[in-house]
Design a protein around this ligand. Sequence first.
Ligand code: GCO
Ligand code: MG
Length: 409
Amino acid sequence: MRITAADVVVTCPGRNFVTLRVTTEDGLVGLGDATLNGRELAVASYLADHVVPLLLGRDARAVEDTWQYLYRGAYWRRGPVTMAAIAAVDTALWDIKAKAAGMPLYELLGGACRVGALAYGHASGRDLPELFDSIRLHLERGFRAIRVQTGVPGLGTVYGVASSAAGGGDRYDYEPARPTALPVEEVWDTRAYLRHLPGVFEAVRHEFGPELPLLHDGHHRMTPIEAARLGKALEPYDLFWLEDATPGEDQAALRLIRQHTTTPLAIGEVFNSVHDYTTLLGERLIDYVRSAVTHTGGVTAMRKLLDYAAVHGARSGLHGPTDISPVGMAAALHLDLAVHNFGIQEYMPHTARTLEVFRTSYTFTAGLLHPSDAPGLGVELDLDAAARFPYRAAYLPVNRLADGTVHDW
Ligand code: GCO
Ligand code: MG
């Protein structure tokens, strides 16, 4: 089953996506997501200039061998650009293999362990009334687990908070990448945030009761001791997890946080290899693995990472914001169904315009996502629609403290 074509498709139906489209001699087509928010063209070039020439003529069935060939063969290992490119190839080859078998991918991964994947949605508000409206809207839309992000008194725009009120437009969402010539700059103050957040969770529990699973994303902004203090302060509100409390590359930070709090910890969306987790999982410092199939080397690598997590008592919480394309999202859903140690799946629905380009078949019913039983991943790419939306440069914001110091965003 020789590969006869591999095309890199860059499209911007509201936000940028990079997709690898692999075709075999018998006409099967496989898709892989290679979107790296704010640095999209680096991955497109890595693929088009350095990987596509290696794929032409290769056997599309050799998934593991191709992964090792691209990983070990590059000599330069890991990193988000390399691993997103490898992920795209790997996911496309799994898509082809499952289509050739006439099965949904999750069947090839061992079959379903559950009827669907519990998904969490992103509720947010600049203040409590807006936040409550947003939580209600998510509950009406069927979500059974909710991430809570709010504005902080005295600060302007902050991570995770939508800029328009719930119900004010045709949809309510938070999309951090902006199509501006330079990154937008936000101002951050951790002390103001730490003073404010426990009261928000107290109010949400008071309004919505004890049962609803609630999550929160610290987005890398705290020091270890600040994160430890927040984890302790949030214990009465029974969080499902506290995510990215500190910058992920400081692995020892998690030791300190863990010593101080029983709030479950999630980390990993900026990681790209199982090797980023050896301390965190080996010492049982985290509860949930937050990596994206798209940034971690694809289905092959993510399966190994989740098996490694299982050995250390940790569960999955795969990354699923809108900057993971519907192709990357579908790949995550097949793994969610097939692994035993599933925890939860992040789900930020894509816009109607994105879904014009990517024809999905996954479903969201009663709080659960299902990848569908279509052969392969179950997502098709409409090339004509993709061509109608050319690439637009966009950046994620940059954070500064009040005195101008650059801080983690
Ligand atoms: C999340 C993430 C995202 C990231 C985004 C950056 O938990 O979903 O933190 O919102 O900020 O993926 O591109
Ligand atoms: Mg996050």
